[in-house]
Ligand binder design. Structure first.
Ligand code: NAP
Length: 434
């Protein structure tokens, strides 16, 4: 065999990866030259879902990343440490790396890619975003001749599953989350998914590729779905929208004026039902890229799961093997497959964002309340696209508004004033509209 793989992890993704590599018939012929050489796991006693010699398995993962026979280290163990240290050690030992670990790349990408460029090795991460959906290589290669305006994605299957069920069943977030946990669609600790943190990790990677600079993860505005209520889903539906957790990176100015106009954010969003992302439901993921001159391109598929994610992992292995086989000079990394970013992108503050908003107010049922809302909005140049008085809840009336495009800072100032009005009881929901 020409190329030896050191696999770190034999869980969901590691097993799928080994299954493809050990069964190359009918796939790309180069796979027949790729050997699963060592496999690192935490426990040697666990039953495994893939048939392989027990002698390949070890709990000494460091021995894999330093093994002189290993050509490519495939990190599919997850977590921050020891994954980060093992990736760096593999690079220091001249190994190419394939990883599915968005958490490590979005936090330590700078350190990892700097080390990889110095060592002349590739670090590939197709599986880190969108599972089986090929989106990283298209952004690096086929789409790279475009000026990208925006990348908008549904990149977390758990939250999309919960929101889709809230939409079809009319249930509240907490009940559907609990059921999703029982069915295995949500983790026991769902924080990273429902708070939007996983989507932010993925958008840090996509935005970096689309806009040609590194992204500081803490600068990504991140708001999860736990406050989205059945009432909001129902009102959104009446107004012609569906609510999705979107990860968005958008550059408003032309490339020549690039500065602080790049927005990178994750939040629940009212998506018009006619928009291509509105129909992506359940655990599926989709990423819509808009650029000049290509227009819109959408990638859709399974964002997780053993087989789909392994497909992405093995495609990276194949890419590296193909370069090595064609005599690729390790000191001269292929410019379309390596990371050449040096600088960090400046990300615009949220108050500068210009977007439409949806807000739901509970008001005391007195005459003139809509007029007072309108006056406060007007004081901060917020114009309203629609105002719906939706019903009476005991002593309170419910009013839903959708604004025209407005600077977020102005909208927030108007809300501060509205909160002081004696006719306003509370503002249970504020959501952005795509
Ligand atoms: P998993 O099922 O939990 O498997 C993790 C594997 O790594 C297990 O084989 C485990 O060993 C091994 N491992 C973990 N920590 C270890 C340690 N400290 N020392 C030795 N071995 C260790 O995880 P997964 O779902 O395959 O996910 C792997 C990576 O892929 C993560 O970064 C995840 O974010 C990413 N990813 C996953 C999916 C998906 O659908 N699951 C999709 C996209 C990306 P044992 O088997 O002995 O416990």
């Amino acid at each position: 065999m020409a190329f030896k793989i050191g696999l770190l992890g034999l869980g969901t993704v590691g097993t799928g990866t080994a299954q493809i590599l050990l069964d190359p018939q009918g796939r790309h012929p180069l796979l027949q030259e790729i050997e699963v050489y060592r496999v690192g796991v935490r426990s040697l006693d666990k039953p495994r879902l893939v048939e392989m010699s027990e002698s390949l398995l070890t709990t000494d993962l460091e021995s894999i990343v330093t093994d002189p026979h290993v050509d490519i280290v495939v990190e599919v163990m997850g977590g921050l440490e020891p994954a980060r240290s093992l990736i760096l050690k593999a690079i220091a030992n001249g190994k190419h790396v394939v990883t599915a670990n968005k958490a490590v790349i979005s936090r330590y990408g700078d350190e990892i890619f700097t080390a990889a460029n110095q060592a002349g090795v590739y670090v590939m991460l197709e599986a880190a975003v969108g599972g089986g959906i090929p989106v990283i290589q298209p952004l690096k290669q086929a789409l790279s001749v475009n000026r990208i305006h925006s990348v908008t994605g549904i990149v977390n299957g758990t939250t999309n599953y919960i929101l889709s069920r809230m939409q079809t069943e009319g249930g509240e977030f907490n009940e559907i989350l609990a059921d999703a946990q029982q069915l295995g669609y949500a983790e026991a600790d769902p924080t990273a998914d429902v708070d939007g943190l996983d989507a932010a990790d993925k958008m840090a990677i996509l935005a970096s590729l689309a806009f040609g600079g590194r992204i500081k993860l803490p600068e990504i505005y991140c708001e999860g779905i736990s406050k989205v209520s059945a009432a909001d889903i129902a009102y959104a539906e009446k107004l012609g929208f569906t609510i999705k957790l979107l990860a968005i990176a958008k550059q408003d100015l032309p490339a020549s004026e690039k500065g602080t106009s790049l927005q990178v954010r994750v939040h629940p969003t009212l998506v018009p039902k006619t928009h291509p992302l509105a129909s992506i439901s359940g655990v599926y993921n989709a990423i819509l890229v808009e650029g000049e001159p290509i227009g819109q391109v959408m990638f859709y598929g399974r964002g997780a799961g053993s087989g789909p994610t392994a497909s992405a992992v093995v495609s990276d292995i194949l890419n590296i093997a193909a370069i090595l086989k064609s005599g690729g000079d390790a000191a001269k990394l292929h410019p379309l497959l390596s990371c050449s970013h040096q600088d960090y992108c400046a990300i615009a503050p949220m108050e500068e964002l210009v977007t439409r908003f949806y807000a739901r107010f509970l008001t005391r049922d007195r005459p003139g309340v809509i007029g007072k809302l309108g006056t406060s909005f007007g004081n901060y140049q917020v114009s309203l696209e629609s105002v719906v008085q939706t019903g009476i809840h005991g002593e309170l009336a419910e009013i839903v508004v959708v604004t025209h495009d407005v600077r977020e800072g102005n909208f927030r100032q108007a809300l501060d004033e509205i909160r002081t009005l004696d006719t306003i009881d509370s503002i249970p929901s504020i959501l952005r509209v795509l």
